[in-house]
Design a protein around this ligand. Structure first.
Ligand code: NAP
Ligand code: ZN
Ligand code: ZN
Length: 390
């Protein structure tokens, strides 16, 4: 089906002001759609997919578009396992479209480029993150904040792209995507450790930079998982005094090793009370519903609470916790493409990677279960060469 300006198309969950956790929504076709017909899908791919919300991931073969003018084809070496992959494949946010190949923490080598590509060349090591397209013309896109694209950025998997194809993610042998959404990765860094930077890294780097976390600031990180441990590393690296909040006493020593100046067990009310009115900024990375009312009072006057974790249910907030100290509750999602490159370059310069447990693709369902139990130190990363054993 060809579309024309003004048509309405149904787009499953993409990053849009309409938000997630909503039924399918529609938006007017934007200009870039007008220049394309549906793609040629001749690139053979295979990976692991969910066929529905209640079944385990299993081998799946499919096709992707052939690289177009501005496209880059990547052979995937490693893909991180984000909690969002679990929320999505299990349809915890609603709107899941199957079959779904998850994965948006992708590192690999370029195998082909379209004729107009200038950013990378065949053989380069590159990364692909959470989004693979946006309109490029709205104020957010023009400001380099493609993740806030006003007509909806296209998610790496589970979304409909401008060609009408369903996007499929990085638990696969390859991916084809526009060069604007491909990032250069330093060969100095361990590629398995780099993969989680493409989501967990940028999702924590961006708000810490936006809210100017640095020397003289007291910063809290809530939850020591994939995002949390990257937030901790970055906040430490930026020179802040960092306090890690965790529900897991088994993670206290690790939190200190990863850069925490102090560690607070969030299920100990006395320990929490001692921290009241003392934080400039708190970054909340928790994946499950939890009581924000026990964290908001820890902020100083005008302190900022930033939510990046996205549980499937909304919190209940006592507004007095905001009103009485003019505290600010905010949120943030990944980062723009230029900022993602800046983050990767910062990591290369400062030798920062994720702490990973590398697994074969055959272990993915077990890994999902362990992530849900907060039993991962601190990111599973799939070695995609294991697909060849299939
Ligand atoms: P993760 O590795 O599972 O880490 C979440 C951590 O939250 C756990 O390790 C645990 O840390 C803590 N936790 C889990 N259940 C809890 C509970 N019931 N009460 C309190 N703490 C609990 O997940 P992740 O991959 O870092 O992702 C975290 C969340 O961010 C997910 O909801 C994900 O979808 C979302 N996300 C958002 C963005 C964005 O752009 N905003 C990007 C990526 C992911 P402790 O053991 O230390 O307590
Ligand atoms: Zn993610
Ligand atoms: Zn846009």
């Amino acid at each position: 089906m060809l579309v024309k300006r003004g048509d309405s198309v149904e787009i499953p969950f993409s990053l849009s002001p309409a938000g997630c956790c909503k039924p399918l929504f529609t938006y007017a076709v934007y200009d870039s759609l007008l220049n394309h017909s549906r793609s040629n899908r001749m690139t053979q791919s295979w990976g692991y997919a969910a066929q529905q919300s209640t079944t385990p991931l299993a081998p799946f073969s499919f096709t992707r578009r052939d690289p177009k003018e501005h496209d880059v084809a990547v052979e995937i070496e490693y893909c991180g396992v984000c909690h969002s992959d679990i929320h999505s494949t299990r349809n915890e946010w609603g709107n899941a479209v199957y079959p779904m190949v998850p994965g948006h923490e992708i590192v690999g080598r370029v195998t082909a480029v379209g004729p107009a590509v200038t950013k990378v060349k065949v053989g380069d090591r590159v990364g692909v993150g959470v989004i693979v397209d946006s309109c490029r013309t709205c104020p957010s896109c023009k400001a380099g904040e493609e993740q806030y694209c006003e007509v909806g950025a296209t998610l790496t998997y589970g979304a409909q792209d401008k060609y009408g194809d369903l996007t499929q993610g990085g638990y696969a042998n390859n991916i084809v995507t526009d060069e604007h959404f491909v990032h250069s990765v330093s060969t100095k860094l361990d590629p398995a450790g780099v993969a989680p930077l493409l989501c967990a890294g940028i999702t924590t780097y961006s708000p810490l930079r936006h809210w100017q976390v640095g020397p003289g600031k007291k910063v809290g990180v809530v939850g020591l998982g994939g995002l949390g441990h990257m937030g901790l590393k970055f906040a430490h690296s930026f020179g802040a005094h960092v306090v890690q909040f965790t529900t897991s006493s088994s993670k206290i020593a690790d939190a200190r090793r990863l850069g925490a100046h102090d560690v607070v067990l969030s299920n100990d009310p006395d320990a929490m009370n001692k921290e009241a009115n003392s934080f400039d900024f708190i970054l909340d990375t928790v994946s499950a519903v939890h009581d924000l009312n026990s964290y908001l009072p820890l902020l100083k006057r005008d302190g900022v609470y930033c939510q990046v974790g996205l549980p499937d249910q909304p919190p209940t907030i006592f507004m007095g916790n905001l009103i009485f100290k003019r505290r600010l509750l905010s949120g943030s999602i990944i980062g723009g493409m230029a900022e993602t490159q800046q983050m990767l370059d910062y990591c290369a310069e400062h030798n920062i990677v994720s702490d990973v447990e590398v697994i074969s693709i055959q272990k993915i369902n077990e890994a999902f279960e362990r992530v849900v139990k907060a039993d991962v130190k601190y990111r599973f990363v799939i070695d995609m060469s294991s697909l060849k054993k299939q």
